[in-house]
Design a protein around this ligand. Structure first.
Ligand SMILES: NC(=O)c1ccc[n+]([C@@H]2O[C@H](COP(=O)([O-])OP(=O)(O)OC[C@H]3O[C@@H](n4cnc5c(N)ncnc54)[C@H](O)[C@@H]3O)[C@@H](O)[C@H]2O)c1
Ligand SMILES: [Zn+2]
Length: 358
């Protein structure tokens, strides 16, 4: 079992990572003073495969467990579903002194986390991510949110978990598509830490094949980088660095995810986003040519080449240009060197987009 600590003063918490470690979870709950009254929030896919084992393990150690099962998919990240969950929590009489255990991918994590942030003005949260994207990225850092028809992640709160519990064994039942999604977030870390780049150059294929040891290793590496960024800039208030560098690939990624009407999954959109943004960094003369080649050859090895011709090119250009001029674009410059710039012109975005959408 490995541990990465997120140091945030009195909100400090551990991220526990390991293989076949589910039986340890009650013990960790007891150690960290998680109340004996808990609600597990999960989705139908995860419930069908993994819910019984976690539930029984907690009940066996004296926990009273309420289970709340939502439908899978990004569309559930809504205020409507949140309200439905709150109703179920109230019906189950979940008191203030209780905890929500989020058990699923990033969708469940974001909505369960948001519910924990607002239910009775906030109750404890434990993140038990079951997707690669969840374990690498979304379970850590306290960002919780649901979508609004006008904008993704529009309504949310910062609510840090009491601990994160990542059992790599869950990933053995993950569809191939979801491995690519996790890889999307992992790839951005290769632009933040040279040792991750080198590791991926050697082990990309093993990640794609779901090798548990390699997965555990890369999850730990990415978690350490993310923990340091959160410690430095918990609420993303530093406009020129800090946590915002985690938005690599996301200016284009979010635009594509949105315009695909969520046909593209978040992590898939990030894979494509990283490719576009790498070309944008080159077209704008920002990235060192040697580094460009290294990232390009890694990104090209990812076996993901979807047809996105159903997305309107002009709409992407418009959205990305607006984002670039507003929040700014996060782009790779050199080894472990990132810039956040508002200087990317629509002309550059248009010329690069032609390579990706007809
Ligand atoms: N809060 C953050 O910091 C943060 C960061 C990145 C992404 N996100 C959010 O995360 C979401 C994407 O998360 P995701 O990629 O995990 O998608 P997801 O939660 O939709 O999960 C993907 C699919 O895998 C299924 N699944 C989950 N675990 C499984 C398992 N062990 N075996 C079999 N199937 C399983 C789910 O039911 C779902 O169908 C997006 O909404 C994104 O905005 C949040
Ligand atoms: Zn992301």
């Amino acid at each position: 079992v490995r541990k990465v600590t997120v140091n945030l003063g009195e909100r400090t918490y551990p991220v526990i990572i390991g293989r076949e470690i589910l039986s340890n979870i009650p013990e960790i709950c007891l150690e960290l003073n998680i109340p004996k009254r808990v609600a597990i929030i999960t989705d139908k896919h995860v419930a069908g495969i993994h819910l019984t084992s976690i539930k029984n393990s907690l009940r066996h150690h004296g926990f009273t467990v309420t289970e709340i099962i939502i439908s899978p998919g990004e569309r559930q990240k809504s205020l409507t579903t949140t309200n439905r969950i709150v109703t179920q929590l109230l019906e189950a009489r979940l008191p203030r002194n209780s905890a929500i255990i989020s058990f699923g991918g990033g969708v469940v994590g974001d909505i369960a986390g948001f519910t924990a942030a607002i239910y009775r003005r906030g109750i404890m949260l434990v993140q038990v991510p079951t997707t690669l994207l969840g374990q690498v990225e979304s379970s850590i850092g306290g960002k919780t949110a649901v979508n609004h028809p006008l904008s993704k992640n529009a309504v949310g709160a910062f609510h840090q978990p009491r601990f994160v519990f990542s059992d790599v064994a869950f990933l053995s039942t993950l569809p191939k598509r979801e491995i690519i999604c996790g890889l999307g977030e992992i790839l951005k870390y290769s632009m933040l830490q040279e040792s991750i780049l080198t590791f991926l150059e050697s082990h990309l294929d093993e990640i794609l094949l779901g090798n548990p040891e390699i997965l555990e290793d890369i999850i730990c590496r990415c978690n350490s980088v993310k923990a340091a960024l959160i410690e430095e800039d918990e609420k993303e208030t530093n406009p020129s660095g800090g946590r915002a560098v985690l938005n690599l690939g996301h200016s284009v990624g979010h635009a594509l995810e949105d315009l695909s009407k969520y046909k593209l999954h978040h992590g898939e959109a990030v894979v494509i986003g990283l490719r576009w943004e790498l070309e944008i960094a080159r077209a704008a003369g920002i990235i060192d040519e040697h580094i460009y080649k290294q990232y390009a050859s890694l990104l090209n090895r990812v076996p993901y080449h979807p047809d996105i011709s159903y997305i309107k090119r002009e709409a992407v250009i418009k959205k990305v240009a607006a984002h670039a001029a507003g929040a700014g674009m996060v782009l790779p410059k050199g080894m472990e060197e990132i810039v956040i710039t508002k200087e990317i012109s629509p002309k550059i975005i248009r010329s690069v987009s032609a390579k990706f959408i007809r």
